[in-house]
Design a protein around this ligand. Structure first.
Ligand code: PMP
Length: 434
C-alpha cells in the first residue's frame, strides 16, 4: 500500500494462507490490503509492521469502551482467578448479569446467555415458531442477523437480486430460504401486504431497529411502532435484533430510545466490550418455553453458555455504563464527528449524506438520506474505496465496506476526532487533485 510499510503483515498473511481457506476466519475479513493486527489499546490498533491506526471499525461493533479496557480486563482476570465453567447449575456471575439486563432492557423479563449473535437470533426464531405453531419469518433486505439458514437470504444482495430469491450462501436448505419472506425497511405497506399474503403463517418478524449492517439507515417516525402493531394484529412475534444497537445506543437498547417494546430481543457485541457472549431475552410468557425451565419444550443449550469470561466482561461493561457517563461521552464525540464531517462537505461542496446515531456514523456518497437498502444504489462505492485507503495511509481505520458504519468508543478523545476530521479534509482534497 502506498506510503505504508506492510511487509510484516504480508509475510504473516502468506503464512495464514497455507493453513486456512483464504487466510481468515470470517468471510468479510478478507479485504485488501491484508493487514495483520498484533496489538490494541483503547482507541488504537497496531499492525505487525508497527503502524498505528485510530480504530473506528471496532471489530464490527463490540468495542464500545475501547480495546482492552483496563476495568473490563481486570474484572475478567479476577473472575478467572477463582472460577470458569461447570456445566451444571448456574453461577453467581450469570445471576448478576441476568439481573442487570432485566433491570435495563424494557422487553427483558428474563434472559438466557449464549456465545454469538447468530445463536441468539436462531434461538429467538425457533422459540417464535414453537409459541405460534407457524413457520414463516419476515426479515428486511439489507438487515443481517447471523450466518444460519433462517436469516442468511437477502442480506447485502447484488443490486440485480433485490426483490428476488437471493439465498446468500450455497448449501442452504430450500425450505429455510423459501420460508423467509423479505420486505423493504421503512415500508409498512409492504410489511402489511406480506402478512396478508401469508395469512396465519408468519411466526415472527425480525428487524434491526436501526439497520446498521447497511450503515445507519434510520427508522422513519412511526415505522417501528407500526411493526409492533402489525405483529400484534397478525399474531406474530416481534424480535428486535439489538446485537449492534443493544447497550451501544442506550443501556436499555434502541427499544428504550424509540419507546417500542418487542416480544423478544437479541443482544451481543457491545454488551461485553469485545468478549464473547450474547443473549436472548423477552417476555416470560415466551421465554418459559425454553427447556432450561422444567417443562419447557424448546431446546436451548451450549457448552460454553455463561462462561466466566463473557459474564464477567459484560457485568463490568454494563457496570461502567451505569456509573461512568459512557453514553454521554460517546454521544458527544459521535456528534462532533458527524457535524465536523458535514462542515467539511459543505465547505468543499462534496455531494454526501452523513447519517448516524449516538456513537455511530456513516458517510454515504449520495445527496439524500437513504431509507432502505435499494436507496443505496446511488451511493458512490468506488469513491469510498479510495477514500478509505487514503485514510488508512494516514492512520485512520474504517470499515472495509462502503455501506458499513463507524464507531466511536469511550476511549476516543476529542483530539482523536479532530485529527480524524483533519485527515478526512486532506483526503477529500487529495481525491479532488487539490
Ligand atoms: N445480528 C446483527 C444485527 C449483527 O450485526 C450480527 C453480526 N454482525 C449478528 C446478528 C450475528 O452476530 P455474530 O456474528 O456474533 O454471530
Amino acid at each position: 500500500m502506498n506510503g505504508l510499510q506492510t511487509d510484516a503483515s504480508r509475510a504473516l498473511y502468506e503464512r495464514a494462507l497455507r493453513y486456512t481457506p483464504g487466510g481468515v476466519h470470517t468471510s468479510i475479513r478478507n479485504v485488501a490490503p491484508h493487514l495483520i493486527f498484533t496489538e490494541a489499546e483503547g482507541a488504537y490498533i497496531y499492525d505487525a509492521d508497527g503502524n498505528r491506526y485510530i480504530d473506528y471499525q471496532a471489530a464490527f461493533g463490540p468495542f464500545v469502551l475501547g480495546h482492552r479496557h483496563p476495568y473490563v480486563t481486570q474484572r475478567v482476570v479476577e473472575a478467572l482467578e477463582r472460577t470458569d465453567l461447570y456445566g451444571v447449575g448456574t453461577t453467581d456471575l450469570e445471576i448478576e448479569l441476568a439481573e442487570k439486563i432485566c433491570k435495563h432492557v424494557p422487553s427483558a423479563e428474563s434472559v438466557l446467555f449464549c456465545n454469538s449473535g447468530s445463536e441468539a437470533t436462531y434461538h429467538a426464531i425457533r422459540l417464535s415458531r414453537a409459541v405460534t405453531g407457524r413457520v414463516k419469518l419476515i426479515k428486511f433486505q439489507g438487515c443481517y442477523h447471523g450466518w444460519h439458514d433462517y436469516v442468511a437470504r437477502n442480506m447485502l444482495s447484488a443490486w440485480d437480486m433485490i426483490g428476488k430469491r437471493d439465498p446468500g450462501s450455497a448449501g442452504m436448505m430450500d425450505e429455510a430460504v423459501d420460508h423467509t419472506l423479505i420486505c423493504t425497511f421503512n415500508d409498512l405497506d409492504d410489511v402489511q401486504r406480506t402478512f396478508e399474503a401469508n395469512p396465519g403463517e408468519v411466526a415472527a418478524l425480525i428487524v434491526e431497529p436501526v439497520p446498521h449492517n447497511i450503515g445507519c439507515v434510520m427508522p422513519q417516525p412511526g415505522f417501528l411502532q407500526g411493526l409492533r402493531e402489525l405483529c400484534l394484529r397478525y399474531g406474530a412475534v416481534l424480535i428486535f435484533d439489538e446485537v449492534i444497537t443493544g447497550f451501544r445506543h442506550d443501556i436499555g437498547g434502541y427499544q428504550k430510545v424509540c419507546g417500542v417494546t418487542p416480544d423478544l430481543t437479541t443482544m451481543g457485541k457491545a454488551m461485553a466490550n469485545g468478549f464473547p457472549i450474547a443473549a436472548v431475552a423477552g417476555k416470560n410468557e415466551l421465554m418459559m418455553r425454553f427447556n432450561t425451565n422444567p417443562g419447557g419444550d424448546v431446546w436451548f443449550a451450549g457448552t460454553y453458555n455463561g462462561h466466566a469470561v463473557g459474564t464477567a466482561a459484560s457485568i463490568a461493561t454494563i457496570g461502567l455504563m451505569e456509573t461512568a457517563g459512557v453514553h454521554e461521552h460517546i454521544f458527544r464525540l459521535g456528534e462532533r464527528m458527524r457535524q465536523g464531517i458535514r462542515d467539511i462537505h459543505e465547505r468543499m461542496g462534496i455531494r454526501a449524506y452523513v447519517a448516524g446515531f449516538g456513537s455511530v456514523w456513516t458517510t454515504y456518497f449520495m445527496d439524500r438520506e437513504p431509507l432502505n437498502y435499494t436507496d443505496l444504489k446511488d451511493n458512490d462505492a468506488e469513491l469510498y474505496v479510495s477514500y478509505r485507503r487514503k485514510l488508512m495511509e494516514r492512520g485512520i481505520f474504517k470499515m472495509p465496506m462502503n455501506i458499513k458504519r463507524n464507531h466511536v468508543s469511550f476511549s476516543h478523545t476529542e483530539q482523536d476526532i479532530d485529527h480524524t476530521l483533519q485527515c478526512i479534509e486532506d483526503v477529500l482534497k487529495e481525491l479532488r487533485g487539490e
